[in-house]
Design a binder for this molecule. Structure first.
Ligand SMILES: [Zn+2]
Length: 264
């Protein structure tokens, strides 16, 4: 048996809190560091069904990517979704820890897992860089082992992520060798990827005018969806936690979650 505190310590090594963006809310969000933990559920989102599963299957802790409390919480009304979810977690005695943008930026985190899944050569993958730091940042840039026709690369992304569908924005006739990426919602970095000389950029949550900008900049954009670009980290994170704790605790990766978007 371990305590929440032990998981928090290990997560601090895997995804140091200092890597989180200023606006983020990572860490232990529900429960106490002293809570005892025998079973941990690792998942992308804490949904109502996640809380129900945790209660039914005797999980004492959830480690999630998206923070269950994100913006300021001003009420705990159990007739509304947020309060209902938090109430269920508290009643079931389930603690919740979140590693969000710190897990995006961390080595071996969401973006590195994404880079591997879409076929970038791991030896070429480096942080995207930002104004403050070139060594740690949300996105990644890397190269394919061989140049690919843009739509063939898009197909490879779709297959690698097991995405039901992807959206492709053509930036012209050029093939793809250098690729920028940012898991989740990364359309804001399309320009940076273009200026860094990326042939293509992979992310989720791309909007119409982002696509327009990409086409004008001459960079292919592949919108593989917020869910599909992030879900692969769940299994990897569960494995890393299992390596750390051995048989002291049981760790389950949630493989039941599905994208909220369905393709009709
Ligand atoms: Zn996300």
């Amino acid at each position: 048996m371990i305590k929440c505190r032990d998981v928090m310590d290990v997560m601090e090594r895997i995804a140091p809190k200092r890597l989180a963006e200023d606006w983020d809310n990572p860490g232990l969000l529900v429960g106490s560091p002293d809570d005892e933990v025998r079973r941990i559920l690792v998942c992308l989102d804490v949904r109502e069904e996640t809380a129900e599963r945790a209660a039914a299957e005797d999980f004492q802790m959830i480690v999630a990517h998206h923070p269950v409390i994100f913006k300021g919480l001003k009420k705990l009304r159990t007739d509304l979704p947020d309060g209902r979810l938090l109430g269920a977690l508290l009643r079931a005695g389930v603690a919740v820890f979140a590693a969000h943008t710190n897990l995006d930026s961390a080595e071996g985190g969401v973006n590195d897992v994404l880079a591997a899944r879409i076929g970038l050569d791991p030896a070429t993958v480096a942080p995207f860089g930002n104004a403050d730091s070139l060594s740690e940042s949300l996105g990644r840039v890397g190269k394919l082992p061989k140049p690919m026709v843009a739509k063939a690369f898009a197909e490879q992304v779709k297959k690698g992520l097991g995405a039901a569908n992807i959206r492709f924005v053509s930036g012209g006739d050029h093939s793809v060798k250098k690729v920028g990426l940012c898991s989740g919602s990364g359309a804001e970095f399309i320009e940076r990827a273009a200026f860094m000389g990326c042939d293509a950029y992979v992310t989720g949550d791309v909007r119409y005018h982002d696509a327009q900008r990409a086409a004008a900049l001459g960079i292919h954009v592949i919108d593989a969806g917020h869910f599909a670009t992030e879900q692969p980290v769940v299994e990897i994170l569960a494995k890393r936690l299992a390596e750390e704790f051995g048989d002291k605790v049981e760790i389950v990766a949630d493989d039941t979650a599905r994208d909220f978007f369905e393709i009709l």
